[in-house]
Design a protein around this ligand. Structure first.
Ligand code: GLN
Length: 313
């Protein structure tokens, strides 16, 4: 593969031109009414190299709802606080079911299969709440993301959080069902409110690519020499993203893109090329399992052009 960093801007520009010229396919997430108001035909992509250089194209500086991508950050916080104890409460197997599925919870006595499906992320929110209010927990989550992205402007879109609360019957039923096994340490409504809020954080592709850089460099934030997590944990977070980051589309994503990645129903995808780069891509139209249609396609094109893959070199 003859790819040099000098080519990267051209590659991103060409991918942006190619995918935005395609006939529109997929739908925006309508089950959260506020997300349905987003212009569906936007597209942005940003690449942060391990040395901190950033390249971007399209709508890479437009804020969008990171949704389930936030689950990578809350899982990282949980690992920092409780280490391997978190695996007593969530598993680390792909679910093979939709992100909001309830079916496996009954067979597994309320223990979600992984931290990236809704039930798993709600459990992680309960784990890291530690008796505090949702606002206090949100302050901690926001602070963490601002630190790793080196950007204090990152905020929550409260309209999206309210919209999720109003239409959140499925998530409420998942939470109450898990709580019925006596597994929750905090009030279910508080945990849900924290969960809806962290899903409603808004970021740009550029901010998101920067925030993922610690996963590129074995847990180290190279810009300041701080270890966000240990090398072992960074690798494990990447493995979770690889196996579970796209719900029941995780196999397809690994097959087509070949990188650890985490998607959200806002249309974002954050992907990691260990040792080399982090990538954030965003386009609101989703495929039938809830992953960005053009985002996946763009990542597939980018990995073909660069040779980036965890399955070869
Ligand atoms: N907040 C969304 C939900 O709870 C997150 C889902 C997603 O991004 N896949 O349904």
């Amino acid at each position: 593969m003859t790819f040099t960093v000098e080519d990267l801007q051209t590659i991103l520009d060409e991918i942006t031109l190619a995918v935005t010229a395609l006939p529109a396919e997929g739908e925006v997430a309508c089950y959260i009414p506020q997300l349905a108001e987003v212009d569906p035909d936007q597209f942005g992509i940003a690449v942060a190299l391990a040395d901190g250089q950033i390249f971007h194209a399209g709508d890479a500086q437009t804020l969008f709802s990171i949704q389930s991508i936030s689950k990578v950050f809350t899982t990282t916080i949980a690992l920092r606080k409780f280490g391997d104890d978190i695996w007593k409460r969530v598993g680390r197997e792909p679910s093979g079911d939709p992100f909001n599925s309830i079916v496996q919870l009954e067979m597994e006595c309320g223990k979600p299969r992984n931290p990236f499906i809704n039930a798993g992320a709600i459990t992680i929110a309960d784990t890291i709440m530690e008796g505090r209010t949702p606002d206090e927990l949100m302050e901690e989550i926001l602070q963490f993301i601002r630190e790793i992205a080196h950007d204090d402007s990152i905020q929550i879109d409260k309209k999206v959080a309210e919209s999720e609360l109003k239409t959140g019957d499925r998530n409420a039923s998942l939470a109450h069902f898990m709580a019925s096994f006596g597994l929750f340490e905090n009030a279910v409504d508080d945990v849900l409110w924290a969960y809806f809020n962290h899903c409603s954080i808004t970021m740009t592709c550029e901010q998101l690519a920067k925030a993922a850089l610690f996963l590129v460099s074995d847990g180290l934030d190279k810009s300041c020499g701080v270890n966000v997590v240990s090398e072992k944990r960074a690798r494990r977070i990447n493995s979770l993203m690889m196996m579970c980051g796209h719900y029941d589309g995780s196999g397809e994503f690994a097959f087509r893109v070949g990188l650890p990645g985490k998607s959200g129903v806002g249309g974002g995808i954050m992907a990691v090329v260990p040792g080399k780069a982090s990538i954030a891509v965003w386009s609101p139209r989703l495929d039938k399992v809830g992953n960005s249609y053009l985002g996946t396609l763009a990542l597939e094109m980018l990995t073909q052009r660069t040779g980036w893959s965890v399955f070869g070199h």
